[in-house]
Design a protein around this ligand. Structure first.
Ligand SMILES: [Zn+2]
Length: 301
């Protein structure tokens, strides 16, 4: 249960980890192997998706969920967790400009298409202040956006079967995030929802706990957990890379925004207990690669 608790405390973050200057790439973005018929954004997303998928397959096998259909069964059997704790959530009105950023992202054609957005609404409190923005989608159900105080900039959570995106406006303001940086942050969290990363992560962790309870001797337990943690770290890294790349939806301004954002958090924020997500340095390296390549393609056409 320890890992599980640790995980809920963090949510699925737009994480700033301590910047250890590691240049190691998580996925290979060598465009030489690209099919010429596919555009560079699509190709990068495919690479990121397949990496995350491979990591999930590996960890599932370790946990004894061998086939994709077994995974689907597990998903169907398991209730969606409530990982929204009102105790640490401090509700606050949403500033108008943040609402505008959310609308701008939700109305972007590629976002609309991926999530299959049916409607977007704003809810107000009695004083006429913005309480939340609600997007109803065919692909991911209901997504609520709220302003809150957080340990990080943004979090994607699940509350009573509803996807929740919480954004900390103080932190966002503090680093002086631009319009496109905020939109990139929203896009990143939306990508986590698109792939149901939070629920899938929950399944892996609860499956781990189930197995652990079957082992009696402590030594085996420890060995297994260590192995699990390594797999789990790779999986989280995969989810983050995928959210970074897919979450820009091929929009050059958001890719640029994400790079700038990572450069800012690299110097400003160090969180305790960071999960093994890619460091800002790693994120900058591959997003710059994606940016350059997509830009090249856009100027060519
Ligand atoms: Zn994330």
């Amino acid at each position: 249960m320890k890992i599980l608790k640790h995980f809920w405390g963090l949510g699925l973050l737009f994480v700033a980890t301590i910047a250890i200057a590691k240049s190691k790439e998580i996925i290979n973005l060598n465009f030489k192997g690209k099919n010429p018929k596919i555009n560079r954004y699509k190709w990068s997303s495919q690479q990121a998706k397949s990496y995350a998928h491979k990591q999930k397959e590996a960890i599932s096998t370790l946990l004894g969920v061998k086939k994709a259909e077994n995974w689907e069964n597990l998903r169907l059997r398991t209730e969606r967790p409530d990982c929204f704790d009102p105790a640490w959530y401090k509700e606050r009105p949403m500033p108008k400009n943040l609402k505008e950023r959310i609308y701008s992202v939700l109305n972007y054609p590629k976002v609309k298409e991926c999530l299959q957005i049916e409607s977007i609404d704003t809810k107000y409190d009695k004083k006429g202040k913005i309480k939340k923005v609600i997007a109803r989608t065919t692909h991911c159900g209901t997504i609520e956006f709220r302003a809150s105080y957080l340990k990080n900039f943004g979090s994607a959570l699940i509350n009573e079967n509803i996807h929740l995106i919480l954004l900390d406006i103080d932190k966002i303001k503090k680093i002086g995030a631009s319009k496109y940086e905020i939109e990139a942050l929203i896009g990143h969290e939306l990508a986590h929802i698109l792939f149901d990363d939070l629920f899938n992560t929950y399944l892996l962790l609860s499956r781990h706990d189930q197995i652990i309870n079957k082992y009696i001797d402590t030594k085996t337990k420890q060995k297994f957990s260590k192995c699990f943690e390594d797999y789990f770290d790779n999986y989280i890294a995969g989810c983050e890379v995928r959210a970074d790349i897919v979450g820009t939806f091929g929009n050059l301004k958001w890719i640029r925004g994400l790079i700038k954002f990572c450069k800012k958090i690299e110097n400003h924020f160090i969180f305790d207990n960071p999960p093994k997500a890619p460091t800002p340095v790693q994120r900058i390296i591959y997003m710059e690669k994606v940016y350059k390549q997509i830009k090249k393609e856009k100027t060519q056409s």
